[in-house]
Ligand binder design. Structure first.
Ligand SMILES: Cc1cc2nc3c(=O)[nH]c(=O)nc-3n(C[C@H](O)[C@H](O)[C@H](O)COP(=O)(O)OP(=O)(O)OC[C@H]3O[C@@H](n4cnc5c(N)ncnc54)[C@H](O)[C@@H]3O)c2cc1C
Length: 477
């Protein structure tokens, strides 16, 4: 009798499946230090093959974890030896571009950077950008509702998607490839899958929304000495650069110092805050004058203690390189714990004081806190360097103070396995129960990325008959 893996190989061909010892050569995450321990990797070449493969996995009750570039930072692609990883790596490419309607149809495995570059070559802009752009995929960006450095102006991934094609757990293909900006015909089904982290369906294609490429871009790095000044700077620049402010990235001195440790610093460390300010527009000379005027105005009222304006593309890249030098910063912190939270901007200084106090108490002054983020949209990234095996203590120091400030334990990266226990801090029991009901409706046998976002107890609690959800996968693979 054929095994499940033989059945998968029969529909996907030998290049469509990686099994046995070859699986251990596959990376478990984007850094690749750990290797995959999944049962097998399958690599469908098109939507029909995704559908056929899921039908087989569904028949056997075999867990399936969708994988893009593996750059998600919340263990959303973790897979145990009972699990099949479904990689979208062979489904990469741009099918079509409509420069007038400003849309593009893109396969889910396409790297984000490929989409950015191809659109720029046509005078168009795909308005999502983040540090992992070379490795992360459009499918992963959709599944995590990615954010990044341009949310302030363009919104999150949810705002860049007009239509989706998704394959459900039982292999059913849902084509909802809407091209229209306005379409109020019933439920907006794509929204269910955006941010669902591979737990409700596998994204195979998307209709993406595009914008005209900006003609001008002005970038500066400015320093400020108090959080009050940062707040006022944000309000003033938002007003003076009305509608064109596209980036407001704040680095606390704790981050900046480490980020420039091995390279020249355009502004010396020692100020309390460093802010990368960027605007985009359509008229080179006029926009540069408006940008300079806005910076002069905030300097004159004492909000800025130092400033450097990029006069060329390479100077702009050098400023952005500091903000994106995350790996170098992380490398200097020893055992590292990474966080991505959001909360009202005004609450940030008090929140960080409480986090710092908690860490001091827990680790006797030996923990280090490094902070940076997309402050314009209330998003902080926290790096904590502390002793090994202190995950729960560090998480508690970072997450608990969010509760009374109505913050979120995940601003951008999602929940995965990493933050699952903390979901109730940001979502109430009725919301979690509704999530579980949706999951049951779309994936009644719980084969799609099981255990991510929701606990099995959440699913069981939502079921009138939970037996189908709690059954173990078949051992016939
Ligand atoms: C250096 C660095 C910087 C980053 N900066 C940011 C940032 O600024 N903003 C931000 O939001 N994120 C950031 N991230 C996190 C990460 O890049 C994003 O979450 C990204 O969207 C993940 O895409 P991926 O293709 O790597 O997905 P993966 O890591 O492969 O998967 C992520 C999740 O999506 C699911 N999934 C993947 N593909 C599909 C699919 N086709 N259908 C259904 N489910 C799928 C997976 O099962 C998993 O749950 C950063 C990561 C790194 C390493």
């Amino acid at each position: 009798m054929k095994s499940m893996l033989d059945e998968l190989q029969a529909v996907l061909g030998s290049s469509g499946i990686i099994r046995d010892d070859a699986v251990r050569e596959r990376p478990a995450d984007w850094l690749g230090f750990a290797k995959s321990s999944a049962l097998a990797w399958i690599r469908p070449a098109n939507t029909q093959e995704v559908s056929a493969a899921l039908r087989i996995c569904h028949k056997y009750g075999r867990p399936v974890v969708p994988a893009g570039g593996l750059t998600g930072l919340v263990r959303g692609t973790d897979a145990d030896p009972a699990t099949v990883i479904l990689s979208l790596e062979r489904m990469s490419g741009i099918e079509s571009i409509d420069p007038v309607g400003r849309t593009a149809v893109v396969l889910a495995g396409t790297p984000l950077e490929t989409v950015q570059t191809e659109m720029a070559a046509k005078g168009l802009k795909f308005a999502l950008d983040l540090g992992a752009r070379g490795s992360c995929t459009i499918g992963g960006n959709i599944a995590t509702n990615a954010g990044g450095t341009e949310v302030l102006r363009y919104g999150m991934m949810r705002d860049q998607v007009l239509g989706l094609e998704v394959v459900l757990a039982n292999g059913e293909i849902i084509s909802s490839m809407n091209q229209l900006l306005k379409n109020n015909t019933g439920y907006d089904l794509k929204q269910l899958f955006i941010g669902s982290e591979g737990t409700l369906g596998i994204v195979t294609r998307a209709v993406l929304r595009l914008h005209p490429a900006p003609e001008s871009r002005n970038t500066a790095l400015v320093a400020a000495n108090s959080f009050d000044a940062v707040e006022t700077l944000f309000s003033n620049l938002s007003q003076k650069l009305a509608g064109s402010l596209s980036g407001f990235e704040v680095m606390w001195d704790s981050y900046y110092r480490l980020a420039v440790a091995d390279s020249g610093a355009p502004i010396a460390p020692g100020h309390a805050f460093y802010i990368l300010v960027e605007s985009e527009g359509s008229d080179h000379d006029r926009d540069a004058a408006v940008f300079m005027g806005a910076l002069e105005a905030v300097s004159e009222v004492g909000l800025v203690t130092d400033a450097v304006v990029a006069n060329s593309g390479s100077q702009r890249d050098a400023i952005w390189a500091i903000r994106e030098n995350v790996a170098a910063v992380a490398g200097q912190l020893g055992p590292l714990y990474v966080f991505d939270v959001s909360l009202p901007i005004r609450e940030m200084p008090d929140y960080l004081d409480v986090v710092e106090g908690g860490l001091r108490e827990a680790f006797g002054g030996k923990a280090r806190l490094v902070v940076f983020g997309h402050i314009g949209d209330g998003n902080l990234h926290l790096f904590v360097g502390a002793e090994a095996d202190a995950h729960e203590t560090v998480q508690s120091c970072v997450y608990r103070p969010l509760e009374k400030r109505h913050g979120s334990v995940s601003a951008e990266h999602g929940i995965g396995l990493e933050k699952r226990a903390w979901l109730p801090l940001s979502r109430n029991p009725v919301e979690i129960a509704l999530m579980a009901r949706l999951k049951r409706a779309l994936d009644p046998t719980n084969i799609l990325n099981p255990g991510k976002i929701l606990e099995s107890t959440d699913l069981a609690a939502s079921a009138s008959d939970s037996s189908d959800l709690l059954s173990e996968p078949s051992a016939n693979a």
